[in-house]
Structure formats: C-alpha cells, structure tokens
Ligand binder design. Sequence first.
Ligand code: ADP
Length: 190
Amino acid sequence: MEKSTRCRIANTDLAILAGDITQQDTDAIVNAANSRLRGGGGVDGAIHRAAGPIIDRQCRVYIREHGSLPPGRAMWTDSGNLKAKYVIHTVGPIYRNDEESEPILRSAYQESLRLADDLGARSISFPAISAGVYGYPLDKAARVALTAITDYLREGDTSLVLVQMVCFTDSSYAAFHRALKGCEAVMGDE
Ligand code: ADP
C-alpha cells in the first residue's frame, strides 16, 4: 500500500504515510516504549527485533542509572541494524480521559522532537503513540499528535526538515489523514 499526504509547517515538511516504522531511513525513529524500557509487543517489539540487542543493552544501562522513564518523557539509544541513526524512546499515557492523558501525549511528541533537535537530527518518524494497547482513541490521538507537532514546528528554532507520521494500519492512516485536514483548515483560518 503506497499512501502518503504532506503539508508544510514553517520550514519543515510534515508527512503522513502508511508503512512500517522499522523500515524508515529518517535520522531518528521514535519508539512508543513503556516506562521500564523493556520492549513489549506492538511497535516497541518490532523496533527491538529489527534493531537487534543493542537497544535492550542501552535501555538496561539507562534504567540502572536513571530509573524508569516517566510518561511524557524521552531518551535515546543507538539503532543497531536499523537504517535510522537514533531511536528515541518515549512513553505515552495509558488513556484514562482527555484531561489527564492529553498533556502527557502532547509532551511525549514534543520531548521527542526536542531530543531529535538536540541530537542534530534533520528528519524523524513517529508511530501513533498510545493508539495501540495504551487505548488512546485513534481520532483523538491523531489530533493531539498533529497539534503537538505543528505547535513545536511553528515555535521555530528547529533544524528538522521532515517529520513523518508512519501509520501501520488503514484505520490509523485514515485517522491521521482526517486530523491533518483539520489542522490545515485551522491553519487556513489564520
Ligand atoms: P502503545 O502502547 O503506545 O499504544 P502500540 O505499539 O500498542 O503502542 O501501538 C501504537 C501504534 O503503533 C498502533 O497504532 C500500532 O498499529 C502501531 N504499530 C505497530 N507496529 C508498528 C510498526 N512496525 N510501524 C509503525 N507503527 C506500528
């Protein structure tokens, strides 16, 4: 399936595409990790498997030195066998309600973008954080994700030229596509 759509936010291209994040060659890819950085199912398991054992080794060292990674925060590891140079691990919220969960999801995206900039990355790929087993309703997760990303990019001061949302399922591609149209409508009103 070859599907993608894109728009421009300040100096950065924002793309929504259907695909597998482990295959992306952006400088960084983001992992929807858990706080213990142990590699589970879903996108987390796929990234650990595709990268090889280096991620698990570096995550164990991080946990030993810093303790668990709280929801909304991000750290990075090398990328082993992946095409990307860096894997940025962030923890999304387990969905409870919008009031509690939205600021954490927003922070997971923005902390990841900030870390990518700190690393000097020019491009980054995200999965739909929290939209799998963490239960965030897909349309809401897509709206929060795109608002967090566009707000970050509009603040300026980023070296990122490409931000990709990599959607693994037809339903997540459709949700992100709808959310992007919503963002564009809002931008057009300004
Ligand atoms: P969370 O625990 O944050 O909900 P999941 O891994 O369960 O994380 O799901 C997050 C999203 O990642 C889901 O939309 C799921 O379809 C998607 N996903 C699973 N595997 C991949 C992959 N290889 N590439 C991109 N997205 C993936």
